[in-house]
Write a protein that binds this ligand. Structure first.
Ligand SMILES: Cc1cc2nc3c(=O)[nH]c(=O)nc-3n(C[C@H](O)[C@H](O)[C@H](O)COP(=O)(O)OP(=O)(O)OC[C@H]3O[C@@H](n4cnc5c(N)ncnc54)[C@H](O)[C@@H]3O)c2cc1C
Length: 760
């Protein structure tokens, strides 16, 4: 029945002001109003329809994406949308497209790595989309290992040009030679981009100066054909239906392609007319501002993707009813019966459920069935994800501040916070994207069988989202970078150098090593300072323990792959900035060693490969501490709206207590908490689930997502799931005919035992 809100009862249970929470989620009233207006604009425009995506063949799908992107640009120009509104419009269109790379990577790379003169030439073209750019760094044989890239840019002083070339064989340092060396993966490259920022080894006068960025035109501006020497195409279908297949990830080879010298991105290093390589006056660390920008965007996207999945799973969990008693009684019973009896009971329940659903359809009551959201196991899986979505939102907000802070410092050549900012953004990118990818899959399972239908929106969301764990830095490689930063920090303890920002707690490491948790009652776990210290002590103790183990690696013979580890360039920054990494930067400025743990950096590097699994865990503990601390900081702010702050306190509690529960082993092993205190944390967690339960639907309503943006029948606002599922199934192309195509050729002959005469 149109207009009925099947979740109205749930919405009435809310104990806080949802409209105020919407503002908190958006970040400000202004951001909320822009997002609300633009999301409705997109949702109400049939040109942005997306429910057919999983069923479209690749060519049709891709052409449709081109149409949407062009139509979106038309709207942007005709409605004279601001940059903020335009980016929101692309966001709510919700379809991976070449525009993501153009605006998200190509334009920031031009801004970050070009001189002012170069920017004034290229940026106006890019802003008007008179050129379309992509970001070409990854090669078939090298992704994480940026320093291993093999495309070359050789300066030709005769013509004042660079010759860009893809060698046909990788060097013999690989076990397997790759016969075709090419750029592989860049989004927007395959079929659309006219230009690319290409990373290649700069060679002048026979000398290799390492990897640098170049602006290379790929296609004719007249007929879109590849320019001479350029071979380019799409790399083929990717995971999932619809999903990331709207994107033309590409393959590219260069055969001695010539570009003018001024198309090397020369903000930090230059090649003169005579072919002399030199550093500019601009400090090379400046380009890291772009990296912080890109990563803060990825963290913001993580909270968005997770919140979509959680919104779907929460609404559906309130709609879905299963067997068991109401009002929190036992959901299942432990019967000891034979299989025949079980089967009879099962059949009876199916019939009963069917009858109840029929009667519910008319009476709107589901007496005797409970909403699956009331199962404690469902809450234990769902509510920590709901809490994570909020946690990632707030840490993403804080990263925006960090970006401004880093930019301001870089402007006055203050690089003191750069290593910390790099480690922090790398770690948060890794932590939030991993948790989000896992969380979306968990939400699919939380929706039972129907979660597996494309119409649930979850399979496509997962398929679109999961590569975020790989692009812009493989998540494990990033955590290893964080671990290096942690070990470096430990090595400096006692040197007089005070750790800053998110690593400041290491300055109190002696206290954190000695202190013990003082929680005595479950409610004590609601005390922010208790919680913060627990997470700090766990992170500090895990880092110190790793450093102590590393310091045992005094004998180089003990360490397998010593040579590789010492020079493993993939532990340097793998992504946006293919130039000197922050690690290289601070490794150039060594500090005296630690007084607390006898860590020698050289020996430390020897043990790094061997202990990398432990180091990754220490890095995760550090990153979780950052997210917890930023959530707690948020709660220190003035948060208006009836009950909003109280609810957020409960949500925050669920976030950190579920982490504490999940990583109980680490908290116990580092001896900061006792088993009794761990049990009290679990008690408190359960109490918070009960507090959040009546507010669950309102908490996901606060995301303010339109049904179009959610793209899910299970998550639709009115909760009227079953008729919509039924209608959607009817529309499947397989149901166009009652008797399927192929019946006469293949089914009938089989059924009639006439396969011998069938045309097979
Ligand atoms: C959908 C998608 C879009 C992309 N878009 C772009 C784009 O626009 N432009 C672009 O240039 N690239 C793009 N990429 C490529 C992407 O950046 C790389 O795939 C990524 O950097 C990972 O590199 P890799 O593929 O070489 O993985 P590998 O580094 O080969 O990883 C394989 C495994 O080895 C592990 N590993 C690697 N190094 C280490 C180490 N030092 N220590 C321990 N473990 C290690 C990894 O954890 C992983 O488990 C895209 C990729 C995808 C999937």
């Amino acid at each position: 029945m149109a207009g009925v809100d099947y979740l109205a009862d749930e919405r009435n249970k809310a104990e806080f002001d949802v409209d105020s929470m919407k503002i908190v989620w958006a970040g400000s009233r202004h951001t909320f109003e822009v997002a609300d207006r633009i999301s409705k604009l997109v949702a109400n425009d049939p040109a942005f329809r997306k429910d057919d995506r999983p069923m479209l063949a690749r060519k049709e799908l891709f052409k449709n994406t081109l149409r949407k992107a062009a139509y979106a640009w038309k709207l942007i120009t005709e409605l004279r949308l601001s940059e903020e509104e335009a980016s929101k419009l692309r966001f709510f269109v919700d379809e991976p497209a070449y525009t993501d790379l153009h605006w998200g990577m190509f334009v920031p790379a031009l801004k970050g790595q070009c001189t002012d003169e170069q920017q004034s030439k290229w940026l106006p073209l890019a802003y008007k989309m008179q050129i379309i750019g992509c970001y070409a760094q990854t090669e078939l044989g090298h992704g994480s290992n940026v320093q291993g890239l093999e495309t070359t840019a050789t300066f030709d002083p005769q013509t004042d040009e660079f010759v860009i070339h893809s060698p046909t064989l990788t060097s013999s340092k690989c076990y397997h030679t790759v016969e075709v060396l090419c750029t592989w993966w860049p989004g927007g490259l395959g079929k659309v981009s006219t230009h690319a920022v290409v990373y290649a080894r700069l060679i002048t006068d026979g000398k290799d100066h390492g990897v640098h960025g170049f602006i290379v035109q790929l296609r004719s501006m007249e007929d879109h054909k590849p320019l001479p020497g350029i071979t380019v195409g799409d790399i083929g279908m990717k995971f999932g239906n619809g999903a990331y297949n709207t994107m033309d990830n590409g393959v590219l080879t260069f055969d001695h392609v010539r570009i003018p010298r001024d198309q090397m991105m020369m903000r930090v290093s230059q090649v003169t007319r005579e072919g002399k390589y030199k550093q500019s006056d601009v400090p090379r660390q400046l380009v890291y501002g772009t990296m912080v920008y890109v990563r803060q965007q990825i963290v913001a996207d993580a909270s968005c993707a997770l919140s979509k999945a959680v919104c779907i799973a929460t609404r559906y969990s309130a709609v879905r009813r299963q067997f068991g008693s109401q009002n929190g009684g036992p959901e299942t019973q432990n019967w000891s019966v034979d299989s025949q009896t079980l089967w009879l009971v099962y059949c009876f329940m199916l019939v009963a459920e069917f009858l109840l659903l029929i009667s519910a359809h008319y009476t709107k009551s589901y007496t005797g069935l409970i909403q699956v959201i009331d199962y404690k196991t469902q809450q234990n899986r769902l509510f920590p994800l709901l809490a994570s979505a909020y946690a990632f939102r707030f840490v993403g907000e804080w990263l925006k501040w960090l970006y401004t802070d880093v930019t301001q410092r870089l402007a006055v050549n203050d690089f003191s916070t750069l290593p910390e900012a790099h480690a922090c953004t790398a770690g948060l990118k890794s932590l939030t994207t991993t948790a989000t990818a896992d969380g979306i899959e968990e939400c699919r399972k939380l929706c039972g069988g129907h979660g597996y239908l494309c119409t649930s929106g979850l399979p496509e969301l997962f398929a679109v989202y999961v590569p975020a764990c790989t692009y812009e830095g493989d998540n494990i490689v990033l955590l290893l970078q964080v671990a290096r930063f942690l070990m470096k920090t430990v090595s400096q303890i006692g040197s007089g150098k005070q750790p800053v920002g998110t690593i400041a707690y290491m300055g109190r490491v002696e206290h954190l090593l000695k202190s013990r948790c003082s929680v005595q009652r479950a409610e004590d776990w609601l005390n922010p300072s208790q919680v913060l210290e627990a997470f700090e002590a766990r992170a500090a103790r895990m880092s110190i323990s790793c450093a102590q183990n590393l310091s045992k690696f005094s004998n180089p013979e003990e360490v397998p792959n010593k040579e590789k580890t010492e020079s493993d360039p993939s532990l340097a920054m793998p992504t946006s900035e293919a130039v000197q990494t922050p690690e290289q930067y601070y490794n150039d400025n060594p500090e005296p060693n630690s007084l607390i743990v006898d860590v020698d950096l050289n020996r430390m590097i020897l043990g790094f490969a061997e202990l990398s699994a432990d180091l990754v865990e220490a890095a995760v503990a550090h990153c979780q501490l950052i997210v917890v601390s930023k959530f707690l900081d948020k709660l220190q702010q003035d948060i208006p709206g009836k009950g909003v702050k109280q609810l957020l306190q409960a949500v925050c509690g669920i976030y950190y207590l579920s982490l504490l529960h999940k990583h109980q082993g680490e908290f116990l092993a580092t001896s900061y908490i006792t088993p009794k205190q761990a049990a009290l944390a679990s008690d408190q967690l359960r109490a918070l689930y009960s507090k959040v339960r009546p507010n669950a639907i309102a908490l996901v309503d606060a995301f303010n997502y339109t049904d179009h943006f959610l793209g899910s029948i299970l998550g639709c606002y009115d909760g009227n799931v079953y008729p919509k599922l039924y209608e959607a199934a009817k529309k499947d192309p397989l149901n166009d005919t009652v008797v399927p195509d192929g019946y006469h050729e293949y089914l009938k002959p089989l059924l009639k035992q006439q396969l011998h005469s069938a045309k097979l």
